[in-house]
Design a protein around this ligand. Sequence first.
Ligand code: GCU
Length: 343
Amino acid sequence: MKNVKRAAALALCGLLVLGSLFGCSASATDGLQIIRIGHNQSTNHPTHTGLLAFEEYVEGELGDKYDIQIFPSELLGSQNEMVQLTQTGAITFCVASNSLLETFSDNYTLFNLPYLFASPEAYHASMDDPAIVDPIFESTMQAGFEAVTWLDAGTRNFYTINTPIETPADLRGLKIRVQQSPTNVRMMELLGGSATPMGFGDVYTALQSQMLDGAENNELALTDNGHGDVCKYYSYTMHQMIPDILIGNLDFMESLSEEERAIFDEGFQILNQTQRDAWETAVEEAKNTAENEQGVTFLYPDITPFQEAVAPMHQEMLENYPDLAPIYELIQAHNAEYPADSQ
Ligand code: GCU
């Protein structure tokens, strides 16, 4: 089934790439320009709900010009593939984890740092602060795409097939899937586990065949992606809050008139708000299902030893990317306003 899906995706991508060779990032049929948006979540996920609200709003305003089509579940390829398709203009938008964008612009490294944000409130306040996100979002323009809004992806925690993670020592020797970014590999190195970078869509099979001992993600991965069918311990290490980012092909974004751009910008706000409003309930439901139907045990370890193990990464990042220091300081101000116990 997965192979059939992948073959269909590749065939579609081939067609899209051909389309882009003829210079259309949003392809035209019946006088309407098709805007393709790809993401890797299911149709139950808050991101899909948010994108449907975006589609409804933009088509309500500009439906005589654009036809927005949303492709969930990696139908257009993995996130890495979708970012490249967005760069070339074969598709118009995709949702990518901030983790992956680090390989397109160093600036994105900042939001991938473990224990960067003191609390979800500090994370939200930082991501809503233009002085923090604008310089980062603008930095991928040279790579051919524009980051237009962020989406909540909650807090990342470790989960394993059969090893309860209470301290970093429990990770020792375990093969843990991480997202494909140098920061995540370094984080696992410091925590003592063996980092196995791979695309999200391959994780379930790798867990099921015990090629992996575990992974790390928000609670929705347990239910929406079935990881809780295999992994029975989910440990609140709260090591990262990594946003997802909607990116748009730069040529397309620049082709919009001022009026159209204002409508798209309003649509991005609607997407952001709808997705965030749906997030908390989705997490509560996922936890409930994981606990009661999948038999997942939730653990609440002391996070101090995890924080201490990865603390050198903050200094390393500031040394490697001194330009990010002022932005890092702005985040510390939000952390002071919303400390860990504000949760
Ligand atoms: C989350 C995130 C996705 C990402 C995934 C992953 O689900 O929302 O954008 O792809 O984690 O771990 O790869």
